[in-house]
Ligand binder design. Structure first.
Ligand code: SF4
Ligand code: SF4
Length: 314
């Protein structure tokens, strides 16, 4: 079934049975009363661009009894009001042909975004498209290149506040994600205005927040401050720091303290240190716990929060 994972999860939570690949065909009405619906069984076929089509399997139609039917069978683009003479071209599925970066259509002064241009996503994506389209329109009106777009805001801010005081919790939490508690089904299924998700209480919210891996806090290494005491290598709980002789990547990966198995993750290799070694860090196993920075006597390691802000129209 084509739906977001959270929509499926919510449906299953309310005991809704999901029957995949059944296309509604006919409302069955007897003596003026709805009896149910017949469905055609189909299977998904994907074209070379990954677009899905539902093709009948040839099996007999399926009848399902029903007292009521809620019609929710997807979306369709309807742009009959956009005349061909405007120069806006439409592709398969009636979607306008739009540049994925600039949101410009084949008529250079017309821009599209959101579901109408790229298919069903969520409102956050549609708002982001709106910002990017507005930037394009601004550039277009100023007769500037639409591909030379304003850069995002990027910054690193040191998180160290004192020798033993950190902005982030350094403990490793093995807890699984805490599920948000729901109101009783008997109540929510009879009152459609009732809020289903109750939210976390303070204690659970704190536990959930502690599961954060601090991915926004980076370990920043300043080679010229390092006195090669190897203290960070000793304290790192995942052995992701190694001081060793430099070499080809394939060879270097075999000489790290912890096996470097994820070949898609680049290694960080410092410039050559005074003893002719280099500091090699495998980011793939770093917990961002900050212990290396706390242990380092010269602040050669520093924990810095990475900030990234997409440019928005205002
Ligand atoms: S932040 Fe923690 S896991 Fe990462 S390199 Fe430093 S000590 Fe090791
Ligand atoms: S603890 Fe600091 S000074 Fe010592 S080896 Fe690590 S980075 Fe260099």
């Amino acid at each position: 079934m084509k739906a977001s994972p959270w929509e499926k999860e919510d449906a299953l939570h309310e005991d809704i049975q999901i029957l995949d690949n059944h296309v509604p065909k006919i409302f069955v009405v007897e003596d003026g009363k709805l009896k149910g619906m017949t469905f055609e069984k189909v299977h998904a076929v994907f074209n070379e661009k990954g677009k899905r089509s539902l093709v009948p399997t040839g099996e007999p139609e399926v009848f399902i009894e029903a007292d009521d039917v809620l019609v929710a069978i997807g979306l369709e683009n309807t742009f009959p009001w956009v005349e061909k003479s405007t120069g806006v071209e439409f592709g398969e599925w009636g979607m306008p042909i739009v540049d994925a970066v600039t949101f410009q259509s084949t008529n250079k002064s017309v821009f599209f975004g959101g579901d109408s241009a790229f298919g069903p996503k969520n409102v956050i994506t549609a708002v982001a498209h709106g910002h990017q389209a507005a930037i394009s329109i601004n550039l277009y009106l100023k007769e500037k290149s639409l591909t030379e777009r304003p850069s995002p805001f990027v910054n690193l801010v040191s998180q160290k506040m004192g020798i033993h005081e950190w902005s982030y919790d350094s403990e490793v939490e093995n807890d699984l994600r805490y599920a948000v508690p729901h109101a009783a089904k008997a109540a929510t299924l009879t009152d459609r205005k009732m809020e289903v998700e109750l939210g976390f209480d303070v204690q659970t919210a704190l536990k959930e927040a502690r599961r954060c891996l601090n991915c926004d806090v980076q370990t920043v290494f300043v080679k010229d401050r390092c006195i090669e005491c190897d203290a960070c290598m000793d304290i790192c709980p995942t052995s992701c720091i190694t001081f060793t002789a430099n070499g080809e990547e394939e060879d270097l990966r075999t000489r790290l303290k912890a096996p470097s198995l994820n070949l898609t993750q680049s290694l960080y290799v410092s410039d050559t240190l005074p003893t002719s070694r280099v500091m090699v860090k495998d980011e793939d196993v770093c917990l961002h716990c900050g212990l290396c920075a706390e242990r380092c006597p010269t602040s050669a390691w520093d924990m810095q929060q990475f900030l990234y802000k997409v440019t928005k129209a205002c």
